[in-house]
Design a protein around this ligand. Structure first.
Ligand code: ADP
Ligand code: MG
Length: 491
């Protein structure tokens, strides 16, 4: 199927080709013709499958006829985060370059005055987050009674972020006769209930992605002491072929601290978290997207749904608290079928979490050893060791490892020692990977026994109290998406 088969105008088909989309993705192929016919849509497709253009393209054609009146936008798109709203706006601008559609982006953290001015002139497309939209409505700056097309994008994230009451309120302000397009990566019961309430006789589209991010991403973890994490990360950044990477921390304050630390060590790095002023968030994101910054340290909420082309790596500086967040995090790489690397730094306390993640993604997460660094053992080791599908070692691998180390005297594992014996399956089992180059030069590897010297406070309690209090970081709730329950396809 080609874009020209979907019923879009010739101008738009030409524009799509210019932008570089060659063929419609499955969700685009199935949604666009029905949207053009005026049907309601319930679209369920995973992150990275091209949902945005599946509604922006037909909307551009539909809105091409008619004109907006002052303060009465003709279409409304709700997005869970400012960044996603900005991304959709960019998509409209890019695709609709040759159409004279006016657009307003209503997001928190940016000046009301500019937004209000635009609204006063009349807009065809209004894109915003639920909170800011309600603010402006309550101040009398928008009338929603002329909305013809209403889009709820990323509905499951809206649910995660507690926006459902706001959305219900907004829907109650819309005309009953309208076209509603509803998109979600997953379809938990609450989302299904909302869809049933908002949509009239929708066309339901569910697509399995050609390759889910979990399948095109190479997953590894390193087991390290808490106090070694920064050094280990720097080493990984130096030896892996990192083109650009997101580095996730669980806490906002760690985002800033880690970014500063990396900067001091000469890395080209930015930070992104929910407490930063919007101007800085936008500037940082732009710098990252156009390659001026190649590392971005971020929190879960700040990074939700970001679409960054060709992201080569995702590092988890902390193991995410919810396994579902792991999926969101690594979903930022391996997009659109490209391959990516996900590396997680785990400490001795994280065994259960790593096991839970491996289970959720139905994948083996091999361990890598970072030479020059000591590894702790997972605490309740025997029960929780992550699945390794027999790539290495026997049942009491970790204990053996500990023994080996003691036998070696200073507890350090020489780089030349066979990985198998170390229980590090990464090097021998999977050749031709950048990680092969992890071995440090002998000079570094031969540094004298750090053991005991800067032994970190490995049991330092995590403090989650400060974590994004504005927007709690939660995953899919109790819901495990269907695609994650299926066993991974063989490579
Ligand atoms: P989703 O909203 O489903 O997570 P996006 O709409 O953000 O996905 O699209 C993911 C990426 O795929 C974007 O970089 C987008 O430009 C790209 N993309 C979308 N549709 C196509 C297409 N038909 N051909 C090539 N790239 C596409
Ligand atoms: Mg999207």
């Amino acid at each position: 199927m080609e874009f020209s088969d979907l019923g879009l105008s010739l101008d738009l088909v030409r524009r799509v080709a210019e932008v570089g989309y060659q063929k419609p993705t499955p969700i685009q192929e199935q949604a666009i013709p029905h949207i053009l016919q005026g049907r309601d849509i319930l679209g369920c497709a995973q992150t990275g499958t091209g949902k945005t253009a599946s509604f922006t393209l037909p909307m551009i054609d539909i809105l091409a006829s008619g004109r907006a009146k002052a303060r009465m936008p003709r279409s409304l798109i709700l997005e869970p985060t400012r960044e996603l709203a900005a991304q959709v706006a960019t998509n409209f601008e890019t695709m609709g370059r040759d159409h004279k559609l006016s657009m307003a982006l209503l997001i928190g953290g940016e000046s009301f005055t500019d937004q209000i001015k635009k609204l006063d002139r009349g807009v065809d497309v209004l894109i915003g987050t639920p909170g800011r939209l309600i603010d402006l409505f309550e101040r009398g700056n928008i009338l929603l009674s002329d909305i013809k097309i209403f889009v709820i994008d990323e509905a499951d994230r809206m649910l995660d972020m507690g926006f459902i009451p706001d959305i219900e309120r907004i829907v109650s302000l819309l005309p009953r006769i309208r076209q509603t397009l509803f998109f979600s990566a997953t379809m938990p019961t609450e989302i299904r209930r909302l869809a049933d309430a908002f949509l009239v006789n929708p066309r339901e589209i569910t697509v399995a992605p050609p390759a889910s991010p979990a399948e095109t991403v190479d997953h590894r973890y390193a087991l390290v002491y808490e106090g070694d994490k920064r050094k280990v990360l720097r080493q990984l950044l130096r030896v892996s072929e990192v083109r650009n990477a997101l580095i996730f921390c669980n806490r906002k304050k760690d985002v800033s601290h880690l970014a500063q630390s990396l900067e001091r060590h000469g890395f080209n790095v930015g930070a992104l978290h929910g407490d930063m002023p919007q101007v800085r968030r936008t500037a940082t994101l732009e710098g990252f997207k156009d390659g001026r910054i190649n590392l971005l340290v971020c929190s879960d909420v700040a990074a939700r749904g970001l679409d960054i082309a060709g992201l080569s790596h995702v590092f988890n500086f902390d193991v995410p608290i919810n396994p579902e967040d792991y999926v969101h995090r690594i979903g930022r790489t391996g997009r659109a079928g490209r391959s990516g690397q996900a590396v997680t730094l785990a400490t001795g306390e994280d065994g259960k979490q790593i096991a839970a993640i491996a289970k959720l993604i139905s994948r083996d997460i091999p361990r890598i050893d970072v030479s020059g660094f000591d590894s702790p053992s997972f605490e309740d080791d025997d029960e929780v060791r992550p699945a390794r599908k027999g790539r290495s070692g026997g049942k009491h691998k970790s204990k053996d490892r500990r023994k080996d180390r003691d036998g070696a005297g200073n507890g350090r594992t020489p780089a030349s020692e066979p990985a198998e014996r170390l229980g590090a399956s990464a090097f021998d089992a999977i050749p031709d990977r950048p990680f092969e180059r992890l071995d440090t030069p002998p000079s570094t590897a031969a540094g004298s026994g750090r053991r005991g010297e800067d032994r970190p406070a490995r049991r330092r309690q995590r403090d989650f109290s400060s974590d994004e209090p504005d927007q709690p970081v939660v995953g899919f709730g109790d819901h495990v998406p269907e695609f994650l329950k299926r066993p991974a396809r063989p490579a």
